[in-house]
Design a protein around this ligand. Structure first.
Ligand code: GLA
Length: 721
């Protein structure tokens, strides 16, 4: 095998290392310039002798800035000639914070994100692995020039995650599978670009197709599937000359929840807690064809009901339990639903449901974006399933307070009170965010020293939910010689007192990442829910740690009015900024994520942008039977009852005397299980009627659980452990 060597050329050129025997050219240094790009800088002849030399990877400093990298590298004569596949070269530029445009010898070869120069609207791409496939004819023997233009919004930007690598394509690179939804049917595209004879074998749900590919042909095949059950695509290609085989598998998204009936159907919740005299905003959660008209019976004094919108409002002046019956009618029929209104000390009788801006918009949130999600909550039908809070997370705050101490919103939030009115008119609720410290995690003003003022302001805006995030208060804790649990509790108690003085119910969400076992004292500090962990992200590792590992021992601490909060649902389009992407969790991982959260009686706060929900995400979020488990009035959090090999079984009792359980496959291979055996092993005996709640069908005797997937069940049993 040929050994390649290190080449150091010319006074202005950069170090180019060829890793021995691997056919890779590793690029470790660049000529670097910060600021606007000089004319002609992508051309090989441009004089960069006065640019500095920078190592790759190394981040540069500078906010809202452009930077340019010029990398000269040598391509040996035999680089393409001796490659097994000569059609494509791969440029692996690792990670770049934030957007980039890469050119080879002056010609664009790839770009990620969108720079503000294009139309003023930047789109982030910082966490996308940059792999650009390039026609190998663009590579010249001898010296080549790679240029990379980078734009970054925040303080530290640039290339990171490793040096750049240029290599010729391997068999693996020739096969691409991509699946997307086009609204009605789902399609997957498999493409193989061959420059040698290749045999392809395609296995869709056990049905096999074969193809032979001649050199120079691109093989593209569209697979359509109805998407109502998991379909595994197994594709293998074999290079006839070498016998080498590459296999790839892919499970496209699939929708298990059957379509909701056209006639009205009452979904969750069955109970609603409100304090005496506090305003009520409740949109009756009926799914079904619109237009729909509504009636309410048994309303206590002080409440009124909008029959066209199905919105309950007003306030009740006397503690007590008030059963209310609703009727809804549409073209397809009519039906009933009932709600037990409990007027007393406890609010959040079932885990809060709604949306929060953080996982999608991060610090780039605006009133317009929140409105878009609020409108979508209604238009998509999510509100008909009980999703009711619309929560603004960090970055709504302006940079100063008025003379009387009132915290003024940023100009991106011109009228928060107007947003509150809009939500209340529609029977929905407004949430806001602050920190007990001077500053929030995003560096915005916190409430320290202005707790009362802020609570009063939020009341005036119609705020119904506060997420109070420790962040800046950590620096105060750091000044204490010894930090005791009471020191952690203090700022939460303080804000609670001011919230309770408001003439409205403000659901209090404590956010301090589970420090000092918050689950043991969160309720006594007035919290209705408390984050039990650090921030979630859209990876299986994160769901595994936050959900499956860290919630295990917490079940005794949760119940009506006081919930453990394992953070928001990382479903739909997320991104913590402007470059939204589909959640990186696979379809099966998303079923497991939502199933576990429902079993845990966790708040169901959607993290994805609601204005760009796809059919899969809607289907995932609108299963009335799964939601009913989450919202069960008894509020018992599931326990992990059995763990064997790669199976975990989590279960909980429900208020109607039945049980709910999830049989999770934590492994990387599909598993066939006998449901009754697993439930018996998990401690249930005398199992009666059993329902597969995702499919809303009777359980089958056995089930195939996909890797990282779940079967979620509701069943009767004579006895439980
Ligand atoms: C912390 C919280 C997140 C989010 C951000 C906002 O990281 O845990 O949920 O609110 O702050 O800056």
């Amino acid at each position: 095998m040929k050994k390649w060597i290190i080449i150091l050329l010319f006074f202005f050129s950069v170090t180019v290392v060829r890793a021995a025997g691997t056919g890779e050219i590793v690029l470790q240094e660049a000529r670097f310039h910060l600021g606007d790009a000089p004319a002609g800088w992508t051309e090989p002849g441009f004089d960069d002798s006065d640019w500095q030399t920078i190592a790759i990877p190394e981040k540069w400093h500078g906010e809202g800035m452009y930077a340019q990298y010029r990398i000269r590298f040598q391509v040996p004569d035999d680089f393409v000639k001796t490659a097994p596949y000569k059609r494509n070269a791969i440029f692996d530029l690792a990670f770049i914070d934030d957007c980039d445009e890469a050119c080879l010898n002056g010609k664009l070869i790839g770009k990620s994100g969108r720079m503000p120069s294009e139309d003023g609207q930047a789109q982030s791409a910082w966490d996308k692995h940059r792999i650009y496939k390039v026609d190998a004819r663009q590579l010249k023997e001898g010296e080549n020039l790679l240029t990379v233009l980078v734009w970054n919004r925040r303080t530290r930007g640039g290339v990171y995650g490793g040096p750049f690598v240029v290599r010729m394509a391997q068999l693996d690179d020739l096969l691409e599978i991509s699946c997307s939804e086009d609204g009605s049917a789902d399609h997957c595209r498999i493409s193989v670009s061959s420059d040698v004879r290749i045999r392809a074998r395609l296995d869709v749900a056990g049905k096999e197709k074969r193809a032979r590919l001649k050199p120079g042909r691109v093989f593209k095949r569209d697979i359509s599937y109805d998407g109502s059950e998991p379909v595994k695509l197994d594709v293998s290609i074999r290079d006839k000359r070498t016998g080498q085989i590459v296999c790839k598998s892919f499970t496209p998204k699939y929708c298990l929840t059957p379509p909701a009936p056209q006639e009205p159907r009452y979904n969750s919740p069955a109970v609603l807690g409100v304090r005496c005299g506090s305003p009520i905003y409740f949109r009756v959660p009926f799914s079904g064809l619109r237009p729909m008209t509504f009636k309410a019976y048994g309303l206590p004094e002080g409440l009124s009901f909008d029959e066209a919108m199905g919105v309950l409002s007003g306030s009740v002046g006397k503690d007590g339990e008030y059963p209310i019956r609703f009727e809804a009618s549409n073209e397809a029929g009519s039906s009933e639903g009932s709600l037990l209104l409990k007027v007393g000390d406890t609010i959040a009788l079932t885990p809060p449901m709604g949306w929060n801006s953080w996982n999608c918009w991060g610090l780039d949130v605006s009133e317009e974006k929140v409105y878009a999600s609020a409108r979508a909550l209604i238009a998509s039908g999510l509100a008909d399933y009980g999703y009711s809070y619309v929560n603004i997370d960090d970055a709504w705050q302006g940079s100063e307070r008025s003379d009387d101490g009132t915290l003024l919103p940023d100009e991106r939030f011109p009228d928060i009170a107007g947003l509150g009115d809009y939500l209340h008119r529609n029977g929905l609720r407004l949430g806001i965010y602050s920190s007990p410290g001077n500053f929030t995690c995003g560096g915005y003003l916190g409430s320290l020293g202005f707790e009362q003022k802020d609570a009063d302001t939020w009341n005036a805006w119609g705020v119904d939910y506060l997420k109070y995030d420790l962040c800046g208060y950590r620096s105060i804790l750091d000044t204490l010689p010894v930090v005791k649990r009471a020191d952690h509790m203090k700022p939460y108690h303080l804000m609670d007192a001011f919230l309770k003085r408001q003439p409205r119910d403000i659901c209090y969400s404590i956010c301090q990442y589970g420090l000092e076992e918050v689950w043991t004292w969160g309720a006594s500090a007035g919290g209705n829910l408390w984050r039990t962990t650090g921030d979630i992200t859209d990876t299986w590792d994160s769901v595994l740690r936050i959900g499956f590992t860290l919630q295990r021992e917490l079940w005794p601490f949760s119940g009506p009015g006081r919930w453990n909060d394992p953070d928001m649902l990382v479903v739909g389009r997320v991104g913590w900024g402007e470059g939204l992407r589909d959640s990186r969790l696979t379809a099966d991982e998303q079923y497991s994520h939502v199933s576990l959260w429902a079993l845990l009686a966790a708040p169901l706060i959607i993290g994805g942008d609601l204005s760009s929900l796809d059919r899969f995400t809607m289907n995932l979020l609108c299963n009335n039977e799964v939601i009913a488990i989450d919202q069960d009035p008894m509020g018992r959090q599931a326990r992990c009852l059995m763990e064997k090999d790669s199976i975990q079984v989590w279960g909980r009792p429900l208020s109607d005397g039945s049980y709910a359980a999830g049989i999770f496959n934590m492994g990387d291979e599909a598993l066939d299980v006998n449901i009754a055996d697993i439930l018996t092993e998990s401690g249930w005996s005398g199992i009666g009627v059993c329902r597969d709640v995702w499919r809303q069908k009777e359980c089958r005797e056995t089930a195939a659980i996909p890797p990282h997937g779940v079967i979620m069940l509701k069943f009767n049993a004579i006895d439980a452990k």
